[in-house]
Design a protein around this ligand. Structure first.
Ligand code: C2O
Ligand code: CU
Ligand code: CU
Length: 483
């Protein structure tokens, strides 16, 4: 992706507002990987998952002796685990002082009025229930996060995120591989251990923290045996960090994406996981010595000073603890079938653009008002009271997402999963290499990505850039899906 230097290069770089205030050395690493807490099912009825969930303040202990005030769901980042076909009833309370919130079920086929839209905010001190049925075929690694108007980015970087695993009735992945969830977040702390607020540079580029955390820990450790295979579900729950992943000294095979399993496993040396996306992999630990899940350099475009070095951040390290008693079963060649969406009834075009606002030359970026920057879809900034697109339940549509801006934008659509058909860049069209269900897709500058989708449920749905600061600054629209 192109560097963005224009307007910003003339700015005064004297301010230190985007300087990290702690060094990476300040967070301990290499502790045993913690499993995220599971939300317990309060119901004894088969096929019903029932629980209470509260968003509110919590203290995280990231550095010995220092409390970091954050936000959590029931005091952390829980995993909700259900089986396809189940009914889910969640009793939700907003304990966040002075801020509205919602829970959005990212990627999940839930009714529009249960999907935590910005227009369905829960007032501070208030509550509601979220109720939905998960149809068969919906098994996938989803996640959930707040989506209130104006507060989404802040509430997510302050800690609100959870994992929603919908399991299939019969899982083709060998149970011997285990099932390890890795929730990837990032954090930036001040010297006193508090989470620092967003700067204007964060608003433009999306917030990049100083530390990427895996299940809330810096580079935790797991033990594996030589020859072992492990299943990992990775969720990019950062506001804006592009994670180009590699597994040094292990063999990586992609088995699933946002919307669940692929048709067949695909070997991969690196995987770009942009904000909001998930991937399921099987890692084979065949070579001796430790393996490291790490990030590689990826240029996603950057405006102004403070471009972070995103390469070679260790996210998970293994140590070898002896040999396997017996070899592990192989991955099946066929995982499931993904019926192709075909014959779109309409084609819609969504052009993503950036507007820096006038009179920005010579402005000190540390005091630059966020109001000067806009991130637009089809030339418009988000308006909660405006319907941008009208669609129909059950209709296959072709959406062309065009990046007419200078940095990458991961585009996300609520309420359904889509199929990426092709990408066009510099006049060259490339077909998607294999079928996959996605709800978030990265679009690089100058690129057009074509996806096919069908909404099965009526109501209003959001679509937006999943760099949450861009969502906040207007890169979001509303589609009204009519029955
Ligand atoms: Cu992760 Cu509008 O969502
Ligand atoms: Cu979503
Ligand atoms: Cu964006």
């Amino acid at each position: 992706a192109a560097q963005m230097n224009h307007d910003m290069s003339t700015m005064n770089h004297g301010a230190q507002s985007n300087e990290p205030t702690t060094s990476l050395l300040d967070l301990p690493e290499g502790q045993p990987l913690r499993e995220l807490p599971r939300l317990a099912n309060q119901s004894a009825t088969p096929g019903l998952f029932k629980a209470s969930i509260t968003a509110g303040p919590m203290n995280a202990r990231l550095i010995e002796g220092i409390d970091t005030p954050m936000l959590g769901y029931n005091g952390g980042n829980p995993v909700i685990e259900v089986t396809e076909g189940d009914r889910v009833e969640l009793d939700f309370t907003n304990d966040i002082p002075d801020e509205p919130t919602t829970i959005h079920w990212h990627g999940m086929p839930v009714p529009a009025d249960q999907d935590g839209n910005p227009m369905d905010a829960v007032a501070p001190g208030g509550g509601r229930s979220y109720v939905f049925d998960l149809p068969s075929g919906s098994a996938a690694p989803y996640w959930f996060h707040p989506h209130p108007h104006e507060f989404t980015a802040e509430q997510v970087y302050r800690g609100l995120a959870g994992v929603f695993l919908v399991k299939p009735k019969a899982d083709p992945i060998p149970a011997a591989y285990g099932d390890t969830v890795l929730l990837l977040t990032d954090i930036r702390l001040a010297a006193d251990g508090t989470v620092t607020p967003n700067t204007p540079v964060d608003l433009m580029n999306g917030r990049i923290g100083d530390h990427v955390l895996t299940n809330g820990q810096r580079n935790p450790k797991i033990e594996v045996r030589a020859g072992e295979r492990r299943r990992f579900r990775l969720i990019n729950a950062t506001n804006a960090r592009f994670l180009c992943l590699a597994f040094e000294n292990a063999r990586m095979t992609v088995i699933g994406t946002d919307g669940g399993l692929l048709e067949s496993p695909v070997a991969a040396d690196e995987i770009l996981l942009t904000p909001g996306e998930r991937v399921e992999i099987v890692a084979a630990f065949d070579s001796p010595g430790p393996a490291t899940l790490t990030t590689l350099e990826y240029d996603r475009g950057w405006m102004g000073p403070g471009k972070p070095d995103e390469s070679r951040l260790a996210l998970l390290t293994t140590s070898i603890a002896g040999d396997l008693a017996e070899p592990m079963p192989n991955l099946p060649r066929e995982l499931r079938t993904i019926p192709a969406l075909t014959n779109p009834a309409v084609t819609r075009r969504f052009v993503l653009s950036e507007e820096m606002g006038g009179g920005m030359e010579g402005v000190d970026h540390s005091s630059m008002p966020a109001a000067g920057m806009k991130f637009l879809i089809n030339g418009a900034s988000f308006d909660m009271n405006r319907i941008d697109t009208v669609s129909k339940v059950g209709q296959v549509e072709l959406w062309e997402i065009v990046n007419d801006a200078d940095m990458d934008h991961p585009f996300h659509i609520h309420g359904t999963q889509f199929q990426v058909i092709e990408r066009e860049l510099g006049g060259v069209v490339s077909q998607a290499p294999y079928p996959a269900w996605k709800d978030t897709v990265n679009v690089v500058p100058g690129e057009t990505v074509r996806v096919l989708l069908r909404q099965e449920l009526p109501g209003t749905r959001m679509y937006h850039c999943h760099i949450l600061e861009h969502e906040k600054l207007g890169m979001m629209g509303i589609v009204d899906v009519q029955a």
